[in-house]
Every structure is written in structure tokens, then in C-alpha cells.
Write a protein that binds this ligand. Sequence first.
Ligand SMILES: O=C[C@H](O)COP(=O)(O)O
Length: 312
Amino acid sequence: MANPGTALRTEVFETLHINTPATERRAATLAARRSLKKDHQAAWLLNAVRCIDLTTLAGDDTEDRVARLCAKARQPIAPDLLEAVGVTGLTTGAVCVYPTMVAAAKRALAGTAIPVASVATGFPAGLMPLDLRLAEIRYAVDQGADEIDIVITRAHVLRAEWTALYDELRAMREACGGAKMKAILATGDLKSLENVARASHVAMQAGSDWIKTSTGKEGVNATLPVSLVMCRAIRDYHVQTGHKVGFKPAGGLKTAKDAIAWQVLMAEELGRDWLRPDLFRIGASSLLGDIERQISHHVTGRYASAHRLSLA
Ligand SMILES: O=C[C@H](O)COP(=O)(O)O
């Protein structure tokens, strides 16, 4: 269900303080969980696949590359491996592309329920006049995008301009129309965990359906401490308003181990509801390869050599 947002309520976050060492300690325990049984690991990895926003956001993207990405989204794991674990119909959560690639992605995914997400608003820096950023959202929606991944103006956070940030996000939300909105906070640019929490609250109050860590292009992208802070903000917002906002870590998630750690975070901090694609996405361009390798290991008992697995 879409998040309608609320009025801007700065009192929710203005005085908050985050204990950084405690956050880092808690995050470190998530990455080190040993309690997951082997059988359960395959199930967790398959769940990660259905939550992946399979992404290509490169300067040399072409319609052919996007078509190949979409073929992978339709069939992310080799059919013989899926059959061995008794799963059918597995797809990724979405594909994520630049606006000019949306039409090609829609064509390649015709007949499936896989949504197309488009970045917009001058991704990745967002340093364009607001009317052009809004026009870009409308272009992507016209092309058929089901979800829009916007970037925020980092300077609004760094200067504590909460009304400006809220108004900008509200305008973007409106430009999305019927498409869902993910707000990319670019946490690597925000300087402090307090700023990450404040930006998370403003993005949710303005009606974002997901809050997302990073573009994948910042110097530091998704980390567990930042994700923990964002999940706590989602939890607080849910308690305050009854609305469930999703979470999307993105940038640098490459291993099956990462996929497990972030799902443990969701399950422990937010509960099992947040392990579904409507409330959890992993933005990743290369994670699928390692997940497929681990599932292959689970099925066959050995690691497949690289030439046996598709190029992901
Ligand atoms: O939103 C997705 C990111 O751009 C993907 O980052 P990645 O290439 O590090 O997986």
C-alpha cells in the first residue's frame, strides 16, 4: 500500500541523537550471525532473489544490454537448480534502469508482472533545476516506469533545510502519479548518522514508498550501520503513523553473505513483513551471480566452475 505521508514534523527528528559505537556494534553482530541452518540458507537466498532490483546504470547501457538484464530478471536462477529446490516462477523484484531504457525494459518484460524501476531527477547527483527533475520523472512514467528512484538534494540535509527538502520530495511524489517512489538519500554524502535519520524521516513524511541508501556512485554506498539507522526510522514512522515504508540498500552488495546479513537486519529490526518485495528491495548489478553459485553449491554439494554459470 502506498505511503500517503504526513505534514512535515521536524519535532520527530530535530533533537535525536545516535550512539554511533552502539550502532556499529549492533551492525557487526548482524554480519556475523551463525544461527542460520544450511537448509534455511537456500530459502533466504531465494527470498533475496525475489527482492533484487536487478540494475544496470552505466554510461554504455544499450537496449540489448537491458533486454539481457530483463531475460535474467525473468529467469534469475538456472531452471535445473530451481527444480532441485522445488521452486517455480521465481523472478527478481524489479529491473532498474535509466529513463531512456524504460521502454526497452517494458518490451522485454511484457507478459510478466516484473515492475520496471527508473532512476530520475538528475541521477546520481541531482544537481539540476527542479522543473527539469520533475519533467524527467514524468518522462519516465510516460515511458511506462512502475517505480521511480529519485535522488534528494544533499545540500538541503547538510544545511538542515527541512522545509525545502520536504517540498521538493512532495513535488516529486506528485510527479510520480501512480508510480511508486523510492527516495535515494545518498547516505555516503550526508556526513553523520543523525543526518541519515533526519533525511529518512523527511522522505517518509513526504510520502516515499521506500527509502534507499545510495546511488551506487557515492564513495561509500550501503553499509549495515547506516541501514540499521534507516530501519529504526522506518520502525518509528510505522509506530507514529501506522504506515509501512520499504527499505532498499543499494551499492556494493555483491555476495550471498551480504544478502543474508541485510535480510537478518530486516527480520530482526522490522519483522518478517519487511522481507517481501513490496517492503524490501536490494539494488544490485552483480549480486545474483554469487547467489546462484551458492544455490548451486547447496544443490550439488560443490561449487560450479565459472563456465557453468551464466554471466550475471
Ligand atoms: O541501485 C543500484 C546500484 O546502482 C547498484 O550498485 P552495484 O552496481 O554496486 O550493485
